[in-house]
Design a protein around this ligand. Structure first.
Ligand code: IPD
Ligand code: CA
Ligand code: CA
Ligand code: CA
Length: 271
């Protein structure tokens, strides 16, 4: 692997401190109550002012630390990259949990080299912070994955019938109906299914062995950029279908010995 122009550990430190600042702001803002500011792709796809404020804070701090880097955030902020590095940011992943006060949402920040395109980018450093629990997952390319300071790794391979599988559902009604039908077919084949509501933390759950595998359709780059590097560095295969990298059609993370069988089952059930 050719060395990158940027030091991944330096990028990680920047991401960590900005995630902590944004996380503190988010938790504080929630004390005052939260309201839906707008609906996005569908009536159930909501955004709050805190999502926007978090994105703005993260963008500002990144520009202060590294003014030549690009920015690509869920709530629409875009800055071109002069350095070759772009920050891919989900300012609150798990907005619905945040809205309801379910203490399971995250700030997700990844530094990638190349375009903001998961098919071609090279992920260098990643942080996923649950600001309520304080759990901070991180990874650098080739440097392993951590929860806090402790190295983490995936669970040993398990047969599908003994596997706990995390997943998530799209905001679009038609896709949800298909996903519901696929889950009905999957459920009798596995130990159980979890829908925890935050894609980045689902990938981190694979990374630290809290679930055996995770799959979801219709993710966007900011949902999986950081979590995918963390899961990969913890030993998982993180892939799309047919050898593609994760994309809108599928993000699948599992033990290397289980991923082929799981992909076949997902295809079979129409997931
Ligand atoms: C959503 C969450 C959810 C997943 C959705 C995502 P958001 O992100 O990660 O778990 O199922 O696909 O869109 O909108 O809360 O940032
Ligand atoms: Ca959203
Ligand atoms: Ca998200
Ligand atoms: Ca979000």
């Amino acid at each position: 692997m050719t060395p990158s122009a940027a030091d991944p550990l330096e990028l990680l430190e920047i991401a960590r401190s900005i995630a902590l600042e944004a996380g503190a702001m988010i938790v504080e803002a929630r004390r005052g109550g939260v309201e839906v500011a707008d609906r996005k792709s569908s009536p159930v796809d909501v955004v709050t002012q805190v999502d926007r404020d978090s994105e703005q804070l993260i963008r500002t701090r990144l520009a202060e630390a590294r003014s030549d880097d690009g920015f690509f955030g869920e709530e629409g902020a875009r800055d071109p990259s002069a350095s070759g590095i772009t920050w891919v940011v989900d300012p609150i992943d798990g907005t619905v949990n945040f809205l309801y006060g379910i203490p399971h949402y995250a700030v997700s920040i990844a530094a990638v080299e190349g375009e903001a395109d998961p098919q071609t980018w090279r992920a260098l450093a990643a942080v996923v912070l649950n600001p309520v629990t304080g759990e901070l997952f991180s990874a650098t390319e080739g440097g392993g994955a951590r929860l806090g300071d402790a190295p983490i790794s995936i669970r040993p391979a398990a047969p599908l019938s003994q596997s706990l599988i995390a997943t998530g559902f799209a905001y679009a009604e038609a896709t949800r109906a298909e996903q519901g039908a696929a889950i009905a077919r999957l459920l009798p084949l596995v130990r159980d299914v979890r829908r925890m509501g935050t894609a980045s933390l689902d990938l981190c759950a694979v990374a630290c062995g809290r679930v055996d595998a995770y799959f979801e359709r219709t993710l966007s780059p900011w949902d999986h950029a950081a979590g995918a590097l963390i899961a990969h560095e913890a030993g998982a295969v993180v892939t799309g279908l047919d050898g593609r990298r994760p994309d809108h059609l599928m993000t699948l993370a599992a033990h290397p010995d289980s991923v082929v069988a799981l992909e076949a089952v997902l295809r079979d059930i129409g997931a």
